[in-house]
Design a protein around this ligand. Structure first.
Ligand SMILES: Cc1ncc(COP(=O)(O)O)c(C=O)c1O
Length: 393
């Protein structure tokens, strides 16, 4: 496991709540670092003084820099970035921008996030699109060979969640991208849980679009998200909602912006958007590869320690793992465990079947305890957490 105590101490000093709580809910909503919070508050104060429009004009350069930072984060061009208010908004914006016709197919996998599944199945109901599920390997990864065999000329999209919400699995998105290299289907990756903990490079993955949220591993304010869409995919994507910022009228005809900001609307929480930019820069400064190595090392350590506890079963799948650790205890339900741990200062959540209905249904799981670690967590916190879990019995 990576031990870089000085660096972690510095990062914890930027995260004042680390003194009071053990925050293992980074897959829910992480603790934002002080520079992010301060940036948001400073802008709100400026809005108080001069009003929102003038305050926004004053930070135009910084806002542009935020797009550049998000672009660097995923290996895209700033013109390929749209800022949104959530991962779901980002994902649904791309999904519904496809001109779906009856008989078109979308391929997805067992641990797909429920909101994405709902959008796909709603499209199946309204337009006769076929949603086909790619089988998983024994490790729980999407079976890339099976996916390859399922491709035909009706498949218009492959939608894969990079790191599912309910456990440590990391999908082999780069191998999926390689299989799709010579196929016209769009690869839409849900990066909601991966952005901010796993280095992402859209070229290396071969993805056409990736959706992300701010508040999780990226440590940005709530109500922020973003979307990266490759230029090659943009022309065929017509957003369901546009306004005078993403489109204009020319000779009575609607023209769309030719960059990813065709997916944005004019109105936004500028303070939060500045916070998102600050969070992206903070993450890039901390170092995406270091973050990944630290987070996966600490999560693996947590799995090993939990596995040692009698009556506890770690339920994570995947040949490659993220910072999300899921487990159950045999004598208590997750709904009982989570509040009792919270009372003792350990922030964890319940992961319910409703969030990942296919995967949890396959495994006959109703709910799990989810403990998701970040780089401001430590092996000492893991030890204290495991002692607290053991004491619940
Ligand atoms: C994998 C995954 N995708 C999408 C979402 C939805 O994110 P948001 O609430 O920002 O729309 C979540 C939220 O937990 C998630 O875990």
């Amino acid at each position: 496991m990576v031990r870089d105590t000085e660096k972690v101490a510095r990062l914890r000093a930027d995260t004042p709540a680390c003194e009071d709580v053990v925050h293992f809910d980074n897959a829910g909503s992480a603790l934002p670092p002080r520079p992010v919070v301060e940036r948001v508050v400073r802008h709100l104060r400026r809005e108080e003084e001069v009003g929102g429009y003038r305050a926004a004009e004053e930070v135009e350069e910084e806002l542009a820099d935020g797009y550049a930072a998000l672009a660097r984060l995923v290996g895209a061009d700033p013109a390929e970035i749209a800022i949104t208010d959530s991962a779901t908004r980002s994902w649904v914006s791309v999904f519904t921008a496809v001109s779906w016709r009856e008989g078109d197919r979308v391929l997805t996998a067992a641990p797909e996030y429920s909101s994405n599944l709902i959008a796909m199945l709603a499209m199946a109901e309204s337009r006769g699109v076929r949603v086909d599920r790619v089988p998983s390997t024994v490790d729980g990864d999407v079976d890339v060979d099976a996916l390859s065999a399922m491709l035909d000329d009706r498949v218009r999209m492959v939608a894969i969640t990079h790191a599912p919400t309910n456990g440590g699995l990391v999908q082999p998105v780069d191998r999926i991208g390689a299989v799709l290299a010579d196929h016209p289907a769009l690869l839409l990756v849900d990066g909601c849980q991966s952005i901010g903990q796993i280095p992402v490079d859209l070229d290396a993955i071969g993805a056409d679009a990736i959706s992300a949220t701010g508040r999780k591993y990226l440590r940005a304010p709530r109500g922020t998200g973003f979307l990266a869409v490759r230029r090659r995919a943009l022309d065929d994507l017509v957003p369901a909602h546009v306004d005078l910022d993403s489109a204009w009228l020319e000779g009575g005809r609607v023209r769309l912006r030719n960059d990813a900001r065709r997916f944005e609307l004019f109105e936004r929480n500028v303070a939060a958007v500045l916070g998102l930019g600050a969070a992206a820069r903070y993450y890039l400064d901390v170092g995406p590869q270091w973050v990944h190595d630290y987070v996966t090392g600490l999560a693996e350590h947590l799995r090993e320690e939990l596995t040692e506890l009698p009556g506890v079963e770690v339920t994570d799948l995947g040949s490659r793992r993220s910072g999300i650790v899921s487990f159950r205890t045999f004598d208590l339900s997750a709904r009982d465990v989570v509040p009792r741990l919270r009372e003792r200062g350990f922030h964890v959540t319940v992961s319910r079947a409703a969030s990942t209905p296919w995967d949890m249904g396959d495994r006959d799981l109703d709910e799990l305890v989810r403990a998701s670690v970040h780089y401001y967590n430590t092996p000492d916190e893991v030890a204290r957490f495991c002692a607290a879990v053991a004491s619940l019995r």
